[in-house]
Design a protein around this ligand. Sequence first.
Ligand code: ZN
Length: 491
Amino acid sequence: MAYQKNSRISSPFVCPNFCTNSDALVLLAIMIGLSLTFFGLRCRAQEIAPGPPPRLAADRHADPKIAELIEGVSTDRIRETIGKLVSFQNRSTISSQDEESIKAGKGIGTAREWIKSEFERYAKDCGGCLEVKTDAFTEQPTDRIPKPTVITNVYAVLRGADPQQANRIVLVTGHYDSRNSDTLNGTDPAPGANDDASGAAVSLECARVLSKAASNHLRFPATIIFLTVAGEEQGLNGSKHFAQMAKEQGWKLEAVLNNDIVGGDRSPKQDASVVRVFSEGVPAAATEAEIKRIRMLGGESDSTSRELARYVADIGRSYDTGVKPLLVFRLDRFLRGGDHYSFNQQGFAAVRFTEFRENFNHQHQTPRSENGIEYGDLPKFVDYDYVAHVARLNAATLASLASAPAPPANVKMVTKNLDNDSTLTWDASTDASSYEVVWRSTSAPDWEYVQIITNGTRATLKVSKDNEIFAVRAVDAAGHRSLPTIPEPER
Ligand SMILES: [Zn+2]
């Protein structure tokens, strides 16, 4: 396991750099026994150095209220949602959406109306805490869209409870359109149970449990948006339009969780204990100057999307969701894409959740049997418990991010003098009661060490910035952590 546990500097065993594994710890204990006074002094003298990494499981950042909230995710509700979406037969973006088809319960128009009515039902149940909205536009013909077609994204907004923080937004999405073997077929069955009724069901279920919690006992300072988009299979059209709108309107969109193919297809080699989390390395929206700095400072694995993926990993360690995030340091599966990319292109942090192993006989296939092989994206191949686990992981991530203070702004690494220490400064975040400077070796995939800063917005660590990657995150009184911010050099 490449991950190491974040260590607390408040640990009584605050040790020099060589204490990096359990053998060293045993050795250290013996040395302490032999030379307690000397070594005690030595440890105190270096109390800013990274401590010995204890086991990962000891560093859970769980909020009992969020742990309780995710218990509310229902496998049965998810099964019903997926079943309902599949019952509309063909949800291709180019399928029918006229009144008659909606009355007959067929086509993407029916799916759109039904999703809207679901969000409205949740809104009613939480005393109007959700605003239900649509983002509709006409897409002009492309190679996958034969004639001008109305594409409608449907979403619900749970507005932040703190007027000062409500402009911060976190978002979950899945696409509700489907397709069969022919991208241009809007009539024959295209069940899309896994791709991507499962992702739409995650977004809907998150809306249900989080709005319910918000109307009961939980207060989310930041805004949460539950989105379902169309047009994914025709060229990410829906997400592209939505992300552009977010950019044009200057949304402070901090995180996008895209769920696409999270059905946990029940094929023999599936691993239902993990969900892949894809994140871009070098940001799609990076300017030339930013790319230059990334090259210069070795920031290839520290895009905001990558930090979001690490945040999801932390949530996976902190809560019993039933599934563990498996971080994949790549935009998406090999040569393939999804809606998170639309958000990446507009400069937003966005990651993709996808089951561990896809079965290509069960996606983008017209349902049929050939040579004893069953093709089609059918409900019977979906593992509903798995979808519920993925929904819990999403819900815990959204709740944590929306509860946390804003990420620290204006984070700087002071580089006026050449030295072997690392000094960081940052601006205070509203509602932060402390900060954490986290760092890791340049070759480590995830944060390894932490220094808690309870006083002020500046820290000097006796660790060389040449050898480590640093970030700062804000923590509120209840222990909710923000996304970390990578420092920019200050000369
Ligand atoms: Zn998909």
